[in-house]
Design a protein around this ligand. Structure first.
Ligand code: AN7
Length: 344
């Protein structure tokens, strides 16, 4: 399979002499999950990207362009996944990466990932929105540093490729697209991508976490709280284009609480698909929407944006890891006890 940029080169409008830096992004599975009456529910497993999130689609383009335009470093603010992806692609392209994270707000595996790829982590005492504002100022004043957050249009262009893949896989535009919304870059990318590639977009269901739902409340929030740390964002940079996507597609924003997010994470994981809380929020949003209103007939695609191992703490709220035996106890008798537990 050619790399993502080569596969969709003519849709991406990248410079003809661009050297593409790839680690095998895109071409993620579209899994038929369940059929509910006349509705087929598909899951797009974006956690199967090389760094475990959808960010890789945009990052391959943004970092390749940064290198092409002679940038000497890349910078981003991040709730974790952008940082891990920027770090990996910067490593691939031979550029230093500086990733700025809100203190105590990022799932540790994502920090480990970014550090392992060689990025330098800068932790700010503040929230994501303040971190983003800080890096935007730095990048505006220092032309040698390329900003690779989704305010960089090349990130959005790269993320459009997920819409292309869905159209290619289904042979058509689905009826509805469900996805988690944080900084709102991804929903903007899908809207633009479906329009560019297929001339029309599905109905968008943009899902936010209660406590961190500025688009549902239709106002910026300075204090945000949710278990889904990836989308703990109160001032989405792409709020306007997200609102356009929802309005023009006759869609909606809705929010789901932490309990619903964890229940959705558990249901998906018990069905074989382990995703991080932000991604589980999308599925929780679909379940909530189904309980309120009939779903459209035909295909619905839920975007599962990040892998389960990205956040190893939250599943412990519903999963138990082990039964520890003393040498005298039998494994079989333990299995019997566990089976009784599971039945009851
Ligand atoms: C798993 O990494 O903002 O609405 O700094 O990691 O395009 O922001 C992550 C966002 C959904 C929301 N799911 O996407 C970051 C960051 C996962 C994410 C989102 C994020 P946007």
């Amino acid at each position: 399979m050619p790399i993502l940029i080569e596969r969709y080169r003519r849709w991406l409008d990248v410079p003809s002499d661009l050297t593409a830096y790839s680690i095998g992004e895109g071409n993620t599975p579209l899994v038929h999950w369940q059929t509910w009456g006349a509705t087929r529910v598909w899951l797009k497993l974006e956690g199967s990207n090389p760094t475990g999130s959808f960010k890789d689609r945009g990052m391959t383009v943004a970092v390749s362009i940064a290198r092409h335009s002679m940038a000497r470093a890349v910078i981003c603010a991040s709730t974790g996944n952008t940082a891990a992806s920027a770090a990996a692609y910067a490593g691939r392209a031979g550029l230093p990466a500086f990733v700025v994270m809100p203190e105590g707000q990022v799932a540790p595996p994502k920090m480990v990932q970014a550090a392992a790829h060689g990025a330098r982590l800068i932790v700010v005492r503040g929230n994501f929105d303040q971190a983003l504002s800080g890096v935007r100022t730095v990048a505006a004043n220092e032309s040698w540093i390329a900003l690779v957050n989704s305010v960089n249009p090349w990130r959005i262009r790269g993320q459009e490729t997920a819409a292309y893949e869905i159209v290619d896989a289904l042979g058509t535009v689905p009826m509805m697209l469900v996805l988690p919304v944080g900084n709102a870059g991804n929903i903007s990318a899908y809207f633009q991508g479906f329009h560019r590639y297929a001339g029309r977009a599905p109905e968008f269901l943009g899902v936010q976490a209660k406590g961190s739902d500025p688009l549902v409340q239709n106002r910026p929030l300075d204090h945000v709280a949710t278990i889904a740390s990836a989308i703990r964002i109160g001032r989405p940079a792409s709020a306007d284009s997200a609102k356009t996507a929802v309005k023009e597609s006759h869609g909606q924003f809705l929010s789901v609480d932490d309990t619903a997010i964890l229940a959705a994470q558990k249901e998906l994981a018990h069905g074989g698909i382990f995703v991080e809380p932000a991604s589980a929020a999308a599925y929780a949003g679909l379940l909530q929407r189904q309980s309120l209103q009939t779903l459209p007939s035909g295909d619905i695609v839920v975007i599962l944006t990040g892998a389960g191992l990205k956040d190893t703490d939250t599943p412990l709220q519903w999963a138990s890891i082990a039964s520890t035996l003393s040498p005298a106890d039998g494994i079989l008798s333990t299995i019997t006890t566990l089976l009784e537990e599971m039945a009851g």
